[in-house]
Design a protein around this ligand. Structure first.
Ligand code: PMP
Length: 353
């Protein structure tokens, strides 16, 4: 603790990301994609070393923004690119949510929102999930004073996603403040709210290349919304005098977006493995929440999440468990390859017997 730190920084609890093991373990703890990125990414990397590495990046990331715009059927002015969606979220907190004013957020959701709120002096108004572990959209929309709304759809760590119709109902009620929907996991079976950005100028959708595009190592994320929201993000970014993303990320990101066939095949594979794993877990007495993400959230009917976590760890398999009172029994298991999931089930069969 240093006397020079601001009170906000003094009270920050640093985010501890899932362990990145040095030895070869079966890694099902941080929701990465188990498959490599699209084949075109390899060629883009080779071209990069010879043609682009010595040059500064395009300060507007135009090519990447154009490719994202084409992918989502919108205009480049409606696209913002950043170094991972975590950075894009940080810019959004600074651009749209106000010091001292409340931000409506589900009680159980992505753990970075409270960190940013604390850092930027934003008060969170937390709304419990309903009895089915779903985000209570009614509660989020309930308050009429000027504040923002943020949630992940599908939610993390639960995996539940609301339908587009339910989200549109929320947008019809919350018209005077920014509604930020974090779609980090949307490609694994949920409906994207990007279809609504033309009609709702206060809707900002964030996305990432870390999950369905298999590029977590690159740090590439984006926000999609009305041009005036994108301009707000741009203002925050410009105040750091930084490039939005480096030229390597732009090039590789475009290559990953362009290979639509590979993308579809890869996400279908993850979805199929998820559903198969869910049945196998249920057969081992796990209660598994329905998931539209690339992970499953499950609790065993006798053993605690902690007990199973450590027993799996001893067998070389990493998953995530949560230490909070509400989530103490749950495990979050990322979907790996079929072989990895087979090893997981074999280990659980012994542990839970
Ligand atoms: N949103 C959610 C809900 C997440 O789970 C994550 C990844 N842990 C992120 C955003 C950040 O993703 P990235 O910074 O890799 O784009």
């Amino acid at each position: 603790m240093s006397q020079y730190w601001s009170p906000a920084v003094r009270h920050l609890t640093p985010y501890v990301p899932g362990e990145q093991p040095r030895q070869r373990l079966i890694k099902l703890n941080t929701n990465e994609n188990p498959y490599p990125p699209a084949p075109g990414v390899g060629q883009a990397l080779r071209d990069y070393a010879t043609d682009h590495l010595r040059l500064y990046p395009d300060p507007t990331s135009l090519k990447l923004r154009e490719t994202l715009a084409e992918t989502f059927g919108i205009r480049p002015e409606q696209v913002f690119a950043g170094n991972g969606s975590d950075e894009v979220l940080a810019f959004a907190f600074q651009a749209f949510f106000c010091h001292g004013e409340p931000l409506d957020v589900p009680e159980i959701t992505y753990s970075f929102y409270p960190v940013y709120a604390k850092l930027y002096g934003i008060t969170l108004r937390r709304h419990p999930l309903n009895a089915r572990w779903e985000i209570d959209l009614d509660a989020l929309a309930h308050h009429s004073e000027r504040s923002g709304v943020i949630f992940a759809n599908p939610n993390a760590p639960t995996g539940h996603a609301h339908s587009l119709a339910a989200i549109e109902q929320l947008l019809q009620r919350v018209t005077d403040r920014v509604v930020l929907i974090d779609e980090a996991y949307v490609d694994f079976g949920a409906e994207s709210a990007v279809a609504l950005i033309e009609r709702y100028p206060n809707l900002l959708v964030t996305g990432t290349f870390s999950k369905s595009r298999s590029l977590a190592g690159l740090r590439l994320g984006y926000a999609l919304g009305a041009a005036e929201l994108i301009e707000g993000l741009q203002r925050v970014k410009d105040s750091f005098n930084s490039y939005p993303v480096d030229s390597l990320a732009s090039l590789v990101g475009c290559a990953a977006l362009t290979d639509k066939e590979y993308f579809e095949a890869c996400r279908e594979r993850v979805i199929t493995t998820r559903e198969r794993t869910r049945q196998r877990l249920e057969a081992l007495d796990f209660d598994v929440l329905p998931s539209q993400a690339n992970f499953l959230f499950a609790q065993h009917d006798r053993l605690s999440g902690g007990e199973i976590f450590f027993a799996l760890r001893e067998r070389g398999i990493l998953v995530r468990h949560f230490d909070t009172p509400e989530l103490g029994n749950f495990l979050r298991i990322s979907i790996g390859t079929d072989d990895e999931m087979e090893s997981l089930i074999e280990a659980l069969d012994v542990i839970c017997r």
